[in-house]
Design a binder for this molecule. Structure first.
Ligand SMILES: Cc1cc2nc3c(=O)[nH]c(=O)nc-3n(C[C@H](O)[C@H](O)[C@H](O)COP(=O)(O)OP(=O)(O)OC[C@H]3O[C@@H](n4cnc5c(N)ncnc54)[C@H](O)[C@@H]3O)c2cc1C
Length: 457
């Protein structure tokens, strides 16, 4: 049976665009539909605008720090509308770049919502199209907690288009989006409260990172509310009042829910195609990105495995090469480095101390970075290596401090290549940098699973 397309991709985000572009480049007849904005979450309401906001906020800190280096400067106010307009121009440029890439590769583009009519037919704006293979790359969206007055809060999608910067912000959620936006608003001059259920932010990250981050956020002037969750929000006219589980309340101009995301699978017609879902709403897949229907694939955040842009693009590329490039391969989710663009930032790869096997060796250093010897800012950099006690392989690396993400990318190559602690030790450092500490850590701090480790908890 012939179909209109060899491959139909639903969703023009990181995963879908990469898949469609590479598949079309391999000579396949490809269509892709996007109903909101090309480039998806990352480009429009995720990584890219978020990082621009972090940069905007960092300039505020840099202006403060400059005095220690002899500069006389008055910081002045941040012009939020001017920044937003510059940010929006850059995002519009990127949107165009994405459609341009797809067109040049020869893919057919639909600016419309796509839904499944059956296992080979997709409805696009009332017109059916058939495809031999279909890929679901529809991403996810933020969840708003179901509490009285929940509609008075904003979600991350809204935060990128606020007409003015709120002076008092309550961030709810201690995950990476919560701590990043807490840092953004704090750096731009807002008063920020951060509310989270756990004793420390960033559940799942290495405990030393979590502890050091909480300390840094506190030093930056963010008011931390550990072990709390929101009960209800009240509209008080001039303010929104958030009632917390401990009976206290906080008045703010903006209450921001960073309380998790869920896959975009509702209303897609997946049941008509016979695609089954996990209870969470995510699409389960095997190592070859197949759903339970062998010619229907799913990739990126809609599978809710490791929700990061480089993972989504790697999956798109691997699937295109597998289906049309005569080069079948999967994507390993082991040892994927990631960063949190808090202020200061942190980055991580491999196991945490909690996950490390007994006998693993911990090397840890905390120091004042050279910049802050003069800036007067009280900020510690933390670096940590976790080394397998049997093989000497470095199985975890963690850093909190300026440039953590940039530094960790290089460490990630070493760890992916299976570097041992001896390899790190014989590497000559670049001086003077913070990064050189990773190759000069000589004194073992403790062993996992021993009395020393217990004492450190
Ligand atoms: C605030 C925030 C910050 C983030 N920061 C980072 C970061 O610093 N680093 C990082 O690696 N990751 C970050 N992420 C995660 C990253 O954005 C996602 O992992 C990535 O975008 C996933 O790509 P995707 O293609 O799976 O989904 P998406 O990028 O979400 O793309 C899915 C696309 O499908 C479209 N779509 C959905 N349904 C349909 C339909 N029926 N028809 C047509 N189109 C449809 C959507 O409009 C969307 O454009 C961040 C996310 C958020 C929310």
């Amino acid at each position: 049976m012939t179909h209109d397309f060899d491959l139909f991709v639903i969703g023009g985000g990181s995963a879908g665009v990469r898949l469609a572009r590479i598949a079309a480049g391999h000579g396949a007849k490809v269509a892709i539909a996007e109903d909101r904005f090309w480039g998806g979450t990352c480009v429009n309401i995720g990584c890219v605008p978020k990082k621009l906001m972090v940069m905007a906020s960092e300039y505020g800190h840099a202006a403060d720090d400059a005095a220690g280096f002899g500069w006389s400067m008055t910081k002045g106010d941040h012009d939020w509308p001017r920044f937003l307009s510059a940010k929006n121009s850059e995002i519009a440029r990127l949107n165009g770049a994405y459609t341009g890439l797809l067109e040049r590769a020869g893919a057919t583009i639909f600016n419309a919502r796509a839904t499944m009519l059956d296992a080979h037919t997709i409805d696009v704006g009332g017109t059916p199209h058939t495809a031999a293979r279909i890929a679901i790359a529809t991403g996810g969206h933020p969840i708003r907690p179901d509490i009285p007055g929940g509609e008075l809060g904003i979600i991350s999608d809204d935060a990128f288009y606020l007409p003015e910067r709120p002076n008092r912000v309550v961030m709810i959620g201690g995950g990476y989006i919560g701590v990043e936006f807490a840092g953004i608003f704090n750096g731009l001059g807002s008063q920020v409260d951060l509310v989270y259920r756990q004793p420390l932010p960033l559940r799942g990250f290495d405990p030393d990172l979590r502890y050091s981050l909480a300390e840094a956020l506190d030093t930056n002037g963010i008011t931390l509310h550990p072990g709390q969750f929101p009960l209800r929000i009240e509209d008080r006219g001039e303010a929104r009042r958030l009632h917390l589980s401990n009976g206290q309340h906080i008045d703010a101009d903006c209450i921001f829910f960073a309380t998790g995301r869920t896959p975009n699978t509702a209303g897609l017609g997946l049941e008509r195609a016979g695609v089954t879902l996990a209870p969470s709403g995510a699409i389960p897949i095997d190592d070859g990105f197949h759903t339970n229907i062998p010619h229907i694939f799913a990739l990126g955040d809609v599978t809710d495995r490791l929700n990061l842009t480089p993972v989504a693009t790697a999956e798109g590329h691997a699937l295109a090469d597998t289906l049309f490039g005569n080069s079948p391969r999967g994507v390993s989710l082991k040892n994927v480095a990631s960063a949190v663009f808090s202020i200061p930032p942190l980055a991580t790869i491999g196991v945490t101390e909690d996950e490390a096997p007994p006998g693993s060796r911990i090397f840890l250093t905390r120091f004042t970075a050279m910049r802050h010897a003069l800036s007067g800012r009280s900020r510690k950099t933390l670096m940590k290596l976790i080394v397998d006690g049997k093989t000497d392989r470095v199985i975890g690396a963690h850093m909190l401090g300026e440039d953590a993400a940039e530094i960790m990318q290089g460490i990630a190559i070493a760890i992916t290549a299976g570097a041992t602690k001896a390899d790190f030790d014989r590497t000559i450092g670049i001086h003077p940098t913070a990064a050189e500490e990773f190759v000069t850590l000589r004194t073992e701090t403790r062993l996992v699973g021993t009395a020393d480790a217990k004492a450190a908890e």
